[in-house]
Design a protein. Structure first.
Ligand SMILES: CC1=C(O)/C(=C\N=C(/Cc2ccc(O)c(F)c2)C(=O)O)C(COP(=O)(O)O)=CN1
Length: 456
């Protein structure tokens, strides 16, 4: 039995358009060489993101029919609260329309001007909301995470020395919480080990500093612990997920990833006071505290998605498909982030286009070339995503200049993965001919979403 053969069969399909190279030349140029600005109708295989793009199950679609659209006290809210308590263990729930809304609330509540928030590598929306609340993000991830070829099995780990030095330098009073992401997105979907999380917990507990968990891909992280961390092979993914959450004080969740919904998120905390403040603030920004910007049906689908996300067969198939694509590209000698991560395969644009400096935007260029080849849409995760340094105004130049091939859950087949691999190989074979880009439009916030480029 192929270990990652899917534990489901397909009941409905959504036709996708096959485009010509000519169509794609026009489309990418009108999109300013930014894959975020392409129309989905011009995309054949959409690997831009795993966020909100997964397929729901028939149970989730049935749940949509059970939407209790009462303004206050919706039945679906209580079902979601039960699911969060049962599978994640957090006491109090504040639903939000998606993850960054939860980041906005927790940052506003816990961060004061001049605070420092250590975390295992930055994430764009997480860091921005910390900065908007007056804080500064400090990276405490292990050095190996910044090296695409280093095969450390838990590149999401925290460097405890870096963290302790930061605590000593700024003092615990300037540290509202430590932000821990599971399956670290910008490092290539790299997991943190339970051993390391326990050590982080012990260290922060000494100084009474809480841990806020970005649990967007916690089930995928749990699967890597089960497969790679000694002592967990016989534990269920669900049990490992609970163990991870129980080592933290609260969480922000983009349910659009692991929890298999198209929209949804939440803030979940154990501290009653933080909860009361969040529940009060949510009505200012999202909606009443029992719907937080979501329809009842969305909360029902989310509650069901949480339960499905921790099922062994589901997560094994999900990760197996990502590994399949990654192993194929490694076998063909294509430089990718190693080990293969949880939600996608990250092409090393710096190694694939060594003749382009980061000022010519190699990852942005590679994503555009990949789209041109066969209509596969990927996402830039390099200097454009890293943005500008708030002090100097200069580009942040990250070590990781990557193109993310992000696999939606339960959407694409192995044949699609083969097309993606063949298209990457085609672009790789012609890499010397690829020239760089100039940025011709740069928005103020999170520039990668809307920036426009032209060929240099
Ligand atoms: C680990 C984490 C995320 O991965 C995440 C989102 N992720 C996206 C969408 C996205 C977000 C920011 C970008 O720079 C980006 F280009 C893409 C993604 O594709 O990976 C959020 C925020 O959750 P929201 O999207 O529900 O608000 C919080 N935490």
């Amino acid at each position: 039995r192929r270990s990652w053969a899917e534990p489901y069969k397909i009941k409905m399909v959504e036709p996708v358009k096959m485009t010509t190279r000519k169509d794609r030349e026009k489309a990418i140029s009108e999109a300013g060489y930014n894959t975020f600005l392409l129309r989905s109708g011009d995309v054949y295989i959409d690997l831009l993101t795993d966020s909100g793009t997964s397929a729901m199950s028939d149970r989730q679609w049935a749940g949509m029919m059970l939407g209790d659209e009462a303004y206050a006290g919706s039945r679906n809210y209580y079902n979601l609260e039960d699911a969060v308590r049962q599978f994640y263990g957090y006491k109090y729930l504040v639903p939000t329309h998606q993850g960054r809304a939860a980041e906005h609330l927790i940052s506003k509540i816990m961060i004061s001007d001049g605070d420092v928030i250590p975390g295992n590598m930055y994430f764009t929306t997480t860091r921005l909301h910390q900065e908007l609340a007056g804080g500064t993000f400090a990276d405490v991830i292990i050095d190996e995470a910044h090296d695409p070829e280093n095969e450390h099995p838990f590149k999401g780990n925290v460097d405890l020395q870096k963290l302790e030095d930061l605590i000593k330098k700024h003092g615990p009073d300037r540290m509202p919480y430590v932000s821990i992401a599971t399956a670290v997105n910008m490092a290539g979907g790299q997991p943190i080990s339970l051993e390391n999380l326990q050590q982080v917990r012990e260290l922060t507990a000494e100084y009474d500093i809480p841990i806020i968990h970005d649990m967007t891909r916690v089930a995928e992280n749990a699967y890597f612990i089960k497969k790679k961390e000694p002592g967990y092979a016989d534990k269920s993914v669900a049990a490992i997920v609970r163990q991870i959450c129980d080592l933290t004080d609260g969480a922000t969740m983009s349910a659009k990833k692991d929890a298999l919904v198209n929209i949804g998120g939440f803030l979940a905390v154990n501290d009653r006071e933080v909860f009361e403040e969040a529940r009060n603030l949510v009505v200012v920004y999202e909606g009443l505290h029992t719907y937080g910007g979501l329809a009842g049906r969305d909360m029902e689908a989310m509650a069901l998605g949480i339960e499905e996300s921790v099922q062994e067969d589901h997560i094994r198939a999900r990760i197996g498909q990502v590994q399949y694509l990654g192993d194929k590209l490694i076998g063909w000698g294509i430089p990718v982030v190693r080990p293969i991560g949880s939600h996608g395969v990250f092409l090393d644009a710096r190694k694939i286009l060594p003749h382009l400096s980061q000022d010519q935007f190699p990852a942005q260029t590679l994503a555009a070339e990949l789209y041109l080849d066969a209509g596969v849409r990927a996402m830039e995760r390099g200097v454009v995503s890293a943005g500008r340094n708030t002090e100097t105004g200069e580009h942040n130049y990250p070590d990781l200049e990557l193109v993310r091939l992000t696999i939606p859950r339960r959407v694409y087949t192995q044949a699609h993965m083969d097309v993606v691999a063949e298209s990457v190989a085609e672009v790789f074979a012609n890499r010397e001919k690829i020239s760089g880009l100039n940025m011709i439009y740069e928005p103020k916030y999170l520039r990668f979403f809307q920036a426009r480029f032209e060929r240099a």
